[in-house]
Design a protein around this ligand. Structure first.
Ligand code: SAH
Length: 398
């Protein structure tokens, strides 16, 4: 089977080109086409000799994601449903401005990327695992999520001819006062201007990132590389359901990405009910892997804690959660649950959310209560794919 050209690093391309007897600058030209021009067609690469293009086309694929559906929330969050070359579907979510949730600065344009088709971990509250795991994403399919969004941005938002809310961006950029009136004020995105849209990545889409470790790490190295998209490692956050051995492995990498743990409960009893992975790696193991990570990296980690009514929002969870976070010097993001069709879980009232937040803070923990985004477009993990597949009647699991 052919490998995809976007699964290779510049070093690997250079090496291949040396073997092929190509001058070194050809590799730089090629990555320019892939990551700056965002080309999806070998034929476009007109400054490469025909014979080289033919050889590349013979030996590598150049797969690009196909946009199936794009949904836009009132707050500007956009959810992309992509079709992969084999017909499977995945999602990415574009969040216009992200307050400093994971330790980075604010006002970044964040893309939430998927790492697997489906998910094997079957967290009780999550849409992604509802129809099982199908396969890991290849390196290039993770990289492509960023490129495809940039491609969409160039094609849609940067063309003055585009209509609807997105033309506001074009108007903002060109200073055309009329274009600013085109869209619904509510859906006005607050994207940063510049040649690239995405400058922050959260690996929190469909799938368990650390269960697809090699492909993910290679994809993040490419996205981080100056010859590709140059997204700073500190602007990349990996979120895991808590695979303790892989957390240790990540701690031993030189790569300085941020780490977030989906904790969601601070006692084994409650956590095992919500997250079956807790039976394999109970809180003790998770804690010790996190400790190892923090010690090795000297970096703060973040705990994500979904607030689910009557399940993990009671006073009994506050103290163990605070102790857990304090021992690691970790920060907690409280996220009100986003209801999923077909699941019985509900989000607590705003009063209950605030009470939990206050109780945590009173124990000396840094915690934020997140304003979750995009709930009107099913922007939580796996929800859009689930709905689209249900409509199309295509089963996920073979
Ligand atoms: N498997 C990884 C990454 C994907 S889930 C992980 O578990 O971290 C990304 C985050 O979205 C997790 O914290 C997950 O618990 C949360 N999530 C899943 N379903 C949700 C829902 N319905 N509402 C709000 N957050 C949800």
């Amino acid at each position: 089977m052919k490998s995809d050209i976007k699964s290779l690093t510049l070093d690997q391309i250079e090496k291949t080109f040396r073997v092929w007897g190509q001058p070194a600058y050809r590799a730089a030209q090629l990555v320019g086409w892939l990551y700056r021009q965002l080309a999806c067609d070998w034929g476009l690469m007109t400054n490469l000799p025909r014979a080289l293009r033919d050889r590349l086309a013979n030996e590598y694929t150049l797969n690009c994601l196909e946009l199936v559906t794009l949904k836009e929330a009132a707050d500007g969050t956009r959810k992309f449903l992509w079709r992969l070359h084999d017909g499977n579907m995945i999602e990415s979510v574009l969040i216009p401005a992200n307050p400093a949730l994971y330790g980075g600065g604010s006002d970044r344009t964040t893309l939430c990327v998927s790492t697997q088709v489906g998910c094997a971990y079957r967290c009780a509250f999550c849409a992604s695992g509802l129809r099982g795991w199908k396969r890991d994403l290849a390196t290039e399919e993770i990289v492509e999520q960023v490129l495809a969004v940039e491609r969409w941005y160039r094609a849609t938002c940067k063309t003055p001819a585009s209509a609807g809310p997105v033309s506001r961006i074009a108007g903002d950029e060109t200073g055309d006062p009329e274009a600013g009136l085109a869209g619904d004020a509510l859906s006005a995105p607050t994207f940063q201007q510049g040649t690239r849209l995405v400058d922050n990545i959260v690996v929190m889409g469909m799938g368990e990132p650390l269960a697809n470790y090699e492909n993910l790490l290679k994809a993040l190295h490419i996205l981080n590389a100056p010859w590709a998209t140059g997204i700073g490692a500190r602007r990349i956050t990996i979120s895991t359901a808590g695979l303790a051995p892989q957390i240790r492995r990540l701690a031993d990498e030189k790569f300085q990405v941020r780490l977030a743990i989906s904790l969601h409960a601070a006692t084994d009893e409650v956590r095992s009910k919500l997250m079956p992975v807790n039976r394999k790696y109970p809180l003790r193991d998770l804690m010790s892997a996190c400790k190892y990570y923090v010690d090795r990296k000297g970096k703060m980690i973040t705990f994500e804690y979904l607030l689910i009514e009557g399940v993990n929002d009671g006073p009994d969870q506050v103290k163990p959660l605070a102790m857990f976070a304090r021992r690691l010097g970790a920060k907690i993001n409280l996220i009100p649950y986003n209801p999923v069709e077909g699941l019985q879980w509900r989000r607590p009232s705003a009063t209950a959310q605030r009470a939990f937040h206050r109780a945590l803070k009173s124990l000396g923990v840094t915690a934020t209560l997140r304003q979750e985004k995009g709930s009107d477009i099913d922007a939580a993990c796996g929800q859009l794919r689930l709905r689209t597949e249900a409509q199309q009647g295509s089963p996920l699991t073979d």
